[in-house]
Write a protein that binds this ligand. Sequence first.
Ligand SMILES: Nc1ncnc2c1ncn2[C@@H]1O[C@H](COP(=O)(O)OP(=O)(O)OP(=O)(O)O)[C@@H](O)[C@H]1O
Ligand SMILES: [Mg+2]
Length: 737
Amino acid sequence: MAAVASSVVHEVLGRRADDVDEPIIDYIINVLADDDFEFGVDGDGVFEAVGELLVDSGCVHDFPECRAICSKLSEKFGKHGLVKPKQAVRSLATPLRMFDGMDEEETPKKQVEVLDGPVLSERDRAKIERRKRKDERQREAQYQMHLAEMEAVKAGMPVVCVNHGGNEDGPTIRDIHMENFTVTVGGRDLIKDASVTLSFGRHYGLVGRNGTGKTSFLRHMAMHAIDGIPKNCQILHVEQEVVGDDTSALQCVLNSDVERAQLLEEEANLLAQQRDLEYEAESGNSTEHVKGGVNKDAIGKRLEQIYKRLEFIDAYSAEARAASILAGLSFTQEMQRKPTKAFSGGWRMRIALARALFIEPDMLLLDEPTNHLDLHAVLWLEAYLVKWPKTFIVVSHAREFLNTVVTDILHLHGQKLTAYKGDYDTFERTREEQLKNQQKAFEANEKARAHMQTFIDKFRYNAKRASLVQSRIKALDRMGRVDEVVNDPDYKFEFPTPDDRPGPPIISFSDASFGYPGGPILFKNLNFGIDLDSRIAMVGPNGIGKSTILKLISGELQPTSGTVYRSAKVRMAVFSQHHVDGLDLSSNALLYMMKCYPGVPELKLRAHLGSLGVTGSLALQPMYTLSGGQKSRVAFAKITFKKPHIILLDEPSNHLDLDAVEALIQGLVLFQGGVLMVFLFPTTVYFGDLIQFYSAVLQCYFTLLFIPFSRQISCAGEPRRAPYNRERRRAVGGLRR
Ligand SMILES: Nc1ncnc2c1ncn2[C@@H]1O[C@H](COP(=O)(O)OP(=O)(O)OP(=O)(O)O)[C@@H](O)[C@H]1O
Ligand SMILES: [Mg+2]
């Protein structure tokens, strides 16, 4: 059907189709090929669905021409038998009772319909449905256009590959001065009139709340869209995972040294030619022999040049270097040989990171690199970055990571970008001091102004003091104002309280063991329970099977022996990166929720989104424009709407800024149900803010479920009851910074 639809569309649009982006044509074909598509009379349906798009994309000149094209499309589709006949409508001679002839008992009672809004006629409802479908198609088209635009931007960006010197485009890049630049996205200024100098060899940590524009700033830099960045400056922004194909992970990294790859290929070709010539010479053809002799010399000379260059660019150690970077990022030797298409998104992201480290561009831009890494890889990356000889900017919400790797902080706040010397802790102290001083200056200024104003008001009409009053007025003007310190609005994460509380046991593992078919036993004889008061942190290294336990708890997997009891009444919510990645990006947060929970009044869904910080226009913005932290919040809203009794969280703090993590802690502490959280490792050492998590965990109310390396699971201590709300609230106060 799609093939026929494609040929019809191309036949009708003819050469016009070549001028339009391919995703748009694909979209039009898919819409028209849809089984349920209504072509309407004379192509009305086609015009309604794709008319605007045809005109906007420049495929047709104007709407009259568009109408003609739509009518032709409808006619051609009809000729191919792709237009379904409309159901004929006929009037009944007499009224018909649907339940005539049935027993009164059997007659189904009419269900009371819960109405949200005014009563609508069938016609109106159909109209609304049609409009909805049209909007959906338009949103999808916009999203496709956005993707095409991003692809075009990427294609237009300079290719960043290993540079072995000999750069003739300009002087070697040292410091970068960006002056008076503004970063605007979607018509909104994210950074205004900022000036920053990036000194060569310094390591910058870019910090700021979720959604302030950090990622957008890095993107602008990578596109060289900011004045002051030299054209020949190689900037690499590690944002997207590598494409999955048959190239091995190791080769994928090595291929970024284009010169090396080309030289090796040429070497292989020349060696093959040399062998052929030798073979021909041996076979005794004299003329060929002479010719071969000449060729042989030329080949030998070129090979010599190649070997010299390969040695100069350190080509023979490249493989070992690439392998050691991959090993640092937790790729075993076997994994390094696997094709990139065999890896999941998270691992492909690691390959992208490995490639960037291997290339060593003039300016490396890393956006939350620790999100996809296990503790071993984080430690390795820290050590690697500390020794990084050039400049980099890293966005991170992990305090200890920043403290270790950066020498300067760039703080993005209120559309201003400010540079601070020192690590994150120093920045925090300096800023606190600055704010304190600003507040003092503001108060002093206000006091002095008030004093002068009182004098002026008092003697304004006193002729004897007229000159004094005049000089005070001038002084007041000269004095100017000091800005008041405006605190960031408080974040909130409010998890709804379940209306019912099923009695224990809620979830209990009795001698449960599990192993995947054909694999080793992952867990043996697990015995533990989760109830509405549970506060459990599950920690352990990568790949030990934490997600498997989550799946056993949620019922996605069954134990191989023993039992996992799950109360029939329990509602569980699972949060993981997978849920964030699974959002329907072409839609907006509100529509997404409406789709997940049909029939629920819009206001209720908006209120719930608001309780997790997705407020105002943010809820109506297409989700592909949301920042990482904002998407996490939408995912939280989706999983918690049904008022779960138990929330299972897999690495919930990824993407969230430090204040948001704190708000999440508060939200979870106040939540009146069970919580189980998964972390890669006791992160007390490396993610400073999570110390609070764990301090709270260990000292007050979290039971620590520990998975030691022996792959045996055990409960640390007796499960404790969570304290009452009053104590919980007091504890929250204690958690505030
Ligand atoms: N096309 C767009 N239209 C409207 N707003 C947009 C668009 N693209 C991005 N935004 C908004 O711009 C802001 C900055 O987004 P960005 O991804 O740069 O933030 P961020 O600082 O990286 O946040 P995070 O810490 O959550 O990753 C966000 O509020 C986002 O919603
Ligand atoms: Mg970001």
